[in-house]
Unconditional design. Structure first.
Length: 595
């Protein structure tokens, strides 16, 4: 398939072998995923094709405008190769720099749903890229948003140009591949030491048949053609037009990283493995950077080979040793034997290898049942990636993921619990039949500007009654510090008023017939900002004014430091801070026994 990807990138087939050989070799040494096979990839080949064709067109136009001779095919190919090398160097440098700067943490923003949606969209693009091989139709290289749709429109418009022999060969090859992989390799996996190498067998058999039957001459079936032997001398990538390639390098780096880390995480989830995100970035970057000096184009995780290794249950990256040895033999000796290999066979193999990724669409009903937010991320990433382009799919998927995190914060509901009689168990206050003198309000999320007002309102509604605003409330830190609460009467009734120097709120329907204790459980609060601090001050002062003791539990160190630095404990006793709710209950029991 490396030979086919070299052609797909509009370079020579041998460049696909160069890209695979050096990338696989470097990743074997530096990579951490035992299943990822790093090398030629249909997506990076397509991106390389777009860039090198553009730069080749610029080169030809420049020669014509200067009234010079029309460049030869060899000169145009040299420009393409130099452009591909530069793209590989730039993308490798970016990825390597990210790894050395320990920026692997950004993979935490790639949720399982995002990975599933993106890898499936990438599989759709890869399958589409092979239609020109399996049908024999010459297609325009579309680029930009909606290129997949334009490609399919062109396929239907040119359906009459289909090469019948080409598509028959492709259908037969796909049928044989699916039959062996599903009915033999999968069904008898436990009884076989290794799966049948049907891909290699198919390539050898069809190449022999094509050679003697002269498919290219008699049926116009495209074949690989002449493949040079040996390695080219390493050279420094061309930097004369680097300014026009920087953005392309960034896009290729992002897509290469996203696809590769997605495949690595996908396999890690299946097998329960751990991968080092930062080391993976270093491996991806070094693979592309080193390969760029050896006439290679940008590389990424190869889904077909990765899925094969995933099904085989590879244990270490040393699985690449046979691959490296085989590719070395192909480059030095065996490559000449594949001259008659039909391109449609390579296309059929790539399409079949996408089977597992495309079948991820079957998971959608299950994802919907489990979590609607994950479903939204999966569908958004996939639909945008397919209908627009993969780079837009990345932006949409990450954007929706971040947006839904905010939505979840806004939609999380607080709960009021109490301690069950004779048991150290918290129960929902609505399900508790006895007297609930100790009410535990569990703050469900971080307390910051976007959530603090909603949480405060929810608390005042639940403990002990409802809340009504007498006038607009200023929740700024200064207002919270300057609140001066004066109670007119010692016994509060629903119609009584609480006057304050600054605008605050009054609690109605809160006749306190017996002593009530409020415990605010902050165990889920990992962050509090200035607005949240001001709300906390309002809460404790408001409840203090109506005779309810307030205790805080579950304070994280960062939250405690924020409260201390904000002088919260000038208005609230530090002794009223406890480790958890049950410590408060033990203190109250001891106090009752003392009385």
């Amino acid at each position: 398939m490396a030979l086919g990807f070299g052609v797909l990138a509009t370079l020579r087939p041998i460049h696909g072998l160069y890209s695979t050989f050096f990338s696989v070799l470097v990743y074997m040494i530096l990579g951490t995923s035992p299943h990822v096979s790093f090398g030629t990839n249909a997506l990076t080949a397509l991106l390389t094709q777009t860039v090198v064709e553009r730069e080749a067109s610029v080169f030809v136009d420049a020669r014509r405008s200067a009234n010079e001779t029309v460049p030869t095919e060899e000169e145009i190919m040299e420009v393409k190769i130099g452009t591909a090398m530069t793209c590989s160097f730039l993308s490798g440098s970016i990825l390597l720099g990210m790894g050395l700067l320990k920026l692997g943490f950004i993979t935490t923003y790639l949720s399982t749903s995002f990975v599933g949606g993106f890898t499936t969209a990438a599989a759709v693009h890869i399958v589409t890229s092979q239609w020109t091989k399996v049908t024999g139709i010459n297609l325009t290289n579309h680029a930009g948003a909606g290129k997949l749709m334009f490609t399919y429109i062109e396929i239907f418009m040119k359906i009459g140009e289909t090469n019948v022999a080409t598509i028959i060969i492709a259908v037969i090859c796909m049928a044989l591949l699916l039959f062996v992989k599903i009915c033999i390799n999968e069904r008898f996996r436990s009884k076989m030491k290794m799966p049948m190498p049907v891909d290699l067998i198919l390539v050898i058999v069809v190449t022999i048949i094509s050679h003697f039957a002269k498919f290219n001459e008699h049926f116009k079936v495209k074949v690989l053609g002449e493949i040079p032997s040996g390695f080219s001398m390493p050279t420094v990538p061309h930097f004369s037009n680097v300014d026009s390639l920087i953005m392309d390098g960034v896009i290729i780096a992002v897509l290469s990283f996203t696809l590769s880390i997605s495949m690595a995480k996908h396999c890690a989830i299946i097998h329960g493995n751990e991968i080092d995100d930062n080391q993976e970035l270093v491996a991806y970057g070094a693979s592309n950077l080193i390969a760029s000096f050896f006439h290679a184009f940008p590389a990424a995780a190869a889904p077909p080979r990765t899925m094969i290794l995933n099904s085989l249950g590879a244990k270490t990256t040393l699985h690449a040793v046979p691959t490296v040895v085989f590719i070395l033999l192909v480059i030095l000796v065996i490559g000449q034997l594949f001259v008659s290999l039909p391109m449609t066979v390579l296309g059929a193999m790539i399409i079949v290898s996408m089977q597992d990724l495309l079948l991820q669409y079957k998971n959608l009903p299950r994802i919907w049942r489990i979590n609607k937010y994950d479903f939204a991320v999966w569908v958004t990433t996939n639909v945008v990636g397919v209908l627009a382009d993969l780079n837009y799919g990345i932006m949409a998927g990450v954007g929706v993921s971040i947006f839904l995190v905010v939505v979840r914060d806004q939609c999380t509901k607080a709960s009021v619990a109490t301690v069950a009689v004779n048991e150290d168990v918290l129960v929902n206050i609505k399900e508790f039949d006895g007297a609930a003198n100790v009410k535990v309000f569990q703050i469900p999320t971080n307390l910051y500007f976007a959530t603090c007002e909603r949480i405060k309102s929810d608390l005042f509604k639940r403990v002990p009654g409802s809340i009504q605003k007498t006038r607009p409330v200023d929740t700024s830190l200064n207002t919270a510090f300057n609140m001066d609460i004066n109670i007119k009467d010692t016994d509060l009734h629903p119609n009584d008023e609480i006057t304050r120097a600054n605008p605050v709120e009054k609690i109605d329907n809160c006749v306190i017939e017996e002593h009530v204790v409020l415990v605010i459980d902050c165990v889920r609060v990992g962050y509090i900002d200035v607005a949240g601090l001001g709300v906390m001050l309002q809460i404790v002062k408001s409840y203090k004014a109506i005779g309810i003791d307030v205790f805080l539990t579950g304070l994280h160190k960062s939250v405690l430091d924020t409260l201390t630095n904000g002088e919260f404990f000038k208005s609230f006793l530090r002794s009223n801070v406890y480790y958890d709710v049950f410590d408060v209950m033990e203190m109250l029991s001891s106090r009752m026994e003392t009385l």
